[in-house]
Write a protein that binds this ligand. Structure first.
Ligand SMILES: [Fe+2]
Length: 276
């Protein structure tokens, strides 16, 4: 793991040199480096408490740890590209692969041994997408018949769960939600707007809240709460429960959404999900 850390740091340092030291971009790069370490820590915790992963052996464990640590390696270059685009007045098209850290990370590592292994690359490319998008992709169709299919999916699931837990940890321990771009760019009216009907309905239907549907900061908070519906490993849901992320997010939501009946319904839905 020591070599992996050095290599990850090289990607971070190369990017950090290209943005001003006192900028929002530099802060984001710093956060993304710390986040990578945190995802490894959370992933190791899930690994340790999941027998089906424990039984997979040493090679699997090494690949899984590399995928955890490098899952956001594309974030560094992505942020440099966004910084340059803003500076040059270039428009950043939504959904563009140029600014998609999953695509960037995949392309960075696909020719770099020992990371050029589909068990790592698939997680880098797809960890941030919905499962529907993944199932619909050409790459998914290609790996389906591979003898490594089960390993690829187990590592993808591990990275997805650990990524969510690391973001919850940063939100709770470092007030990260209010330091991210989404919050920093919001006008006050949106910042203090209540939950949107669509997001609330989706949560109460037991579904993951998608980024494209967010209309207010309250929506963003409920999105994190909806992650409880998306954990793949019971160990991850157990960490969510033990760390009391549900209570933390509900308290924060109550600061932005003031309808007591809605809060009660959301709290009941969460309690029902966690007990199962
Ligand atoms: Fe990511």
């Amino acid at each position: 793991m020591k070599d992996d850390l050095i290599i990850l740091k090289q990607y971070y340092t190369a990017a950090a040199k290209q943005v001003p030291a006192d900028s929002f971009f530099k802060q984001t790069l710093d956060h993304k480096f710390a986040h990578s370490l945190e995802v490894l820590r959370q992933g190791n915790d899930i690994l340790e408490h999941t027998p089906e992963l424990q039984n997979q052996g040493e090679t699997f464990r090494d690949l899984a740890q590399k995928a955890l640590l490098f899952h956001d390696v594309g974030r560094f270059e992505e942020n440099v590209r966004i910084f340059n685009a803003r500076r040059n007045g270039t428009e950043i098209a939504a959904m563009s692969d140029t600014y998609d850290h999953g695509v960037i990370g995949y392309e960075l590592m696909q020719n770099r041994p020992p990371y050029n292994d589909m068990r790592i690359l698939f997680a880098l490319r797809w960890h941030g997408k919905t499962m529907e998008e993944i199932y619909a992709s050409d790459m998914y169709r290609q790996i389906k018949d591979s003898p490594q299919f089960d390993d690829i999916m187990q590592i993808l699931y591990l990275v997805r769960d650990a990524d969510k837990l690391a973001n919850l940890y940063a939100a709770k321990e470092h007030d990260r939600l209010r330091r991210d771009l989404f919050y920093a760019q919001l006008p006050d009216a949106i910042l203090n707007a209540p939950l949107s009907a669509e997001v609330k309905a989706r949560f109460l239907a037991g579904k993951l809240v998608l980024s494209a549907t967010l209309r207010s900061f309250a929506d963003r908070i409920l999105q994190l709460l909806s992650w409880i519906y998306d954990f793949n490993y019971p160990a991850a849901a157990e960490i969510f429960k033990q760390e009391r992320y549900g209570e933390f997010l509900l308290d924060m939501l109550a600061q932005y959404h003031h309808n007591p009946q809605d809060l009660q319904q959301i709290s009941a839905a969460l309690a029902a999900k966690i007990k199962r």
